[in-house]
Ligand binder design. Structure first.
Ligand code: SF4
Length: 405
C-alpha cells in the first residue's frame, strides 16, 4: 500500500542534554542531532541494526547474563542466536522493515561472519564470567543515546552500559563500560564495530570527543581520580586523556551550549545542512532542505557532495510490468531520465498516472557507483535485484511515498 509523503518538520525544541556519541555531528547537520528519535521517519539502515545487535550481545556478555552456559564461546553463540531471532521478529512486525528479514541475509554472509568473528574473539579473550542470569531482551530503539537528564547534578555509574550525565555540562548518555581499576583509577571503554582509527592509526576525533565528554563528567563525580580512556573493537586503543583533549572537549561543549540553548524552539530549516552525512538520516522525507537541495546534486558533473543517499523523486513518465514486477521511468527533480526496475508488485505501483509525483528512499543502484575513480549518483535503480542476487542485492529498506501532483 502506498503512502503520502509525511509532513515536513517545521521546528524542534532543543533538548536539555547532548549525547556524547552525537555531539561531533553538530558540525555537519544540527537538525539530525537535535531532532527527537520519534521525528525520524525512515527505519535505521541494516548496518545500524547489525550494530545494535552486536552491541546488545556484547552488553549481555559484559553483564555475565549467559543463562546456563559456561564458556564465553558457547554463551556468545547462544546470545547472538537469541538476539538475532528477536530482532528478526521485531523487523518482520513492521511494514517499514519487513523486507530486511532475515537481517543476516540482508547484511550479507561475508560481512556478518566477519563482524561476528571480531566480536566473538573479543568475548573469548576478555576474561568475562557468568552471573547465571538470562540475557535481557534486545530493543531496537534502545541505544547509548538520548537519556534525558533528571535528578541529581552529576552521575557516573560503573559497569556495563553505565549512565553518565551532568546537568551543568548538559551531557547525558551511556558509556559501554566503566571500570574502577583501583581506588584512584577509572577506565572508560567504548566498543566500536566499525572503523575508529585514521590512516595513521590515530583515534578518530569524533570518538576522542565522545570518550572525553564521559571523562569530563567522571572528573566531576570522582575528583582526583586518574582516568584511562580506551576504544575497543577489531583492536584495542588507548586514548590519552590530557590537557589538549580536555580543552578540545570543553570547547566543543561550550560552543554547542551557546549555539543551542536548552528548551528553545528552533526552525528546522535553519538547522538542516544537507551533505554526504544525509546518508542514513531517518529525517530525509521530512527535511525540506534535503528535499529542495539534493536534486541539484544528483548530476555527476562538477564537484558535488558524495556519497548521497540512494534516493530519487520526480514525475512518472511510464510504468510497465516486466518479469512479474513494475518498471518505472521518471523525470527526476534533477532533470534526469531515470529507470527503476524490479519494483515488487506488493508495493502497488502498477497503475500510476503519467505526471504523478513519487518519492523513493533507499533504493539500490543497478550500476556501479564509481566511474573513472569518482563516486557517482546512479540513473538506474532497483527494488528486487535483476540478477537474482548474484551481484546486486534487494532494496530491503526501500520506502515509497506519493507526492502532490
Ligand atoms: S536529511 Fe540531511 S539535512 Fe536533513 S536532517 Fe538529515 S542530515 Fe540534516
Amino acid at each position: 500500500m502506498t503512502r503520502n509523503l509525511p509532513q515536513l518538520l517545521k521546528s524542534i525544541r532543543v533538548p536539555r542534554s547532548f549525547s556524547p556519541s552525537q555531539l561531533f555531528d553538530l558540525r555537519n547537520c544540527a537538525l539530525r542531532v537535535l531532532a527527537k528519535r520519534a521525528e525520524r521517519y525512515l527505519p535505521p539502515p541494516p548496518s545500524a541494526l547489525h550494530g545494535i545487535l552486536l552491541h546488545h550481545v556484547r552488553e549481555q556478555m559484559l553483564l555475565g547474563r549467559w543463562g546456563n552456559k559456561d564458556s564465553p564461546e558457547e554463551a556468545f553463540d547462544w546470545i547472538l542466536e537469541q538476539a538475532s531471532f528477536r530482532l528478526d521478529e521485531l523487523l518482520a512486525g513492521e511494514d517499514k522493515t519487513k523486507y530486511m528479514v532475515p537481517l543476516r541475509n540482508t547484511i550479507g554472509r561475508r560481512k556478518w561472519n566477519q563482524k561476528t568473528f571480531e566480536s566473538k574473539l573479543w568475548a573469548i579473550s576478555s576474561g568475562l564470567e557468568s552471573c547465571g542470569q538470562d540475557p535481557g531482551l534486545l530493543e531496537i530503539e534502545r541505544t547509548n543515546d538520548g537519556v534525558e537528564y533528571n535528578g541529581e547534578n552529576n552521575t557516573c555509574e560503573e559497569g556495563a552500559e553505565a549512565l553518565v550525565k551532568s546537568r551543568s555540562l548538559r551531557i547525558s548518555g551511556r558509556a559501554d563500560l566503566i571500570e574502577k581499576l583501583n581506588h584512584n583509577r577509572l577506565r572508560i571503554t567504548d566498543f566500536k564495530s566499525g572503523k575508529f582509527i585514521d590512516s595513521h592509526g590515530n583515534p578518530l576525533p569524533r570518538y576522542k570527543l565522545q570518550l572525553g565528554l564521559y571523562a569530563l563528567v567522571a572528573e566531576k563525580v570522582y575528583p582526583g581520580r586518574s582516568i584511562e580512556l580506551r576504544l575497543d573493537g577489531a583492536r584495542r586503543l588507548r586514548v590519552l586523556w590530557d590537557r589538549s583533549l580536555r580543552e578540545f572537549c570543553s570547547k566543543a561543549l561550550e560552543e554547542a551550549s551557546q549555539t543551542y540553548p536548552a528548551g528553545t524552539v528552533m526552525e528546522a530549516n535553519a538547522l538542516a545542512t544537507p551533505g554526504s552525512w544525509c546518508v542514513g538520516c531517518g529525517l530525509r522525507p521530512r527535511c525540506q532542505n534535503y528535499l529542495n537541495t539534493v536534486p541539484a546534486w544528483w548530476s555527476n558533473s562538477g564537484d558535488r557532495p558524495r556519497p548521497l543517499p540512494i534516493d530519487v523523486w520526480g514525475e512518472v513518465l511510464e510504468t510497465k510490468i516486466y518479469d512479474g514486477a513494475t518498471v518505472l521511468e521518471m523525470q527526476d527533480d534533477g532533470g534526469r531520465l531515470i529507470r527503476i526496475k524490479g519494483i515488487s508488485m506488493e508495493r502497488d505501483l502498477t497503475r500510476l498516472d503519467v505526471g504523478k509525483r513519487v518519492y523513493f528512499f533507499d533504493l539500490k543502484p543497478t550500476e556501479s557507483l564509481s566511474s573513472h575513480g569518482r563516486r557517482i549518483h546512479p540513473l538506474n535503480f532497483h527494488d528486487i535485484p535483476p540478477d537474482g542476487g548474484l551481484v546486486h542485492s534487494r532494496a530491503t529498506g526501500l520506502q515509497i511515498f506519493m507526492g502532490e501532483s
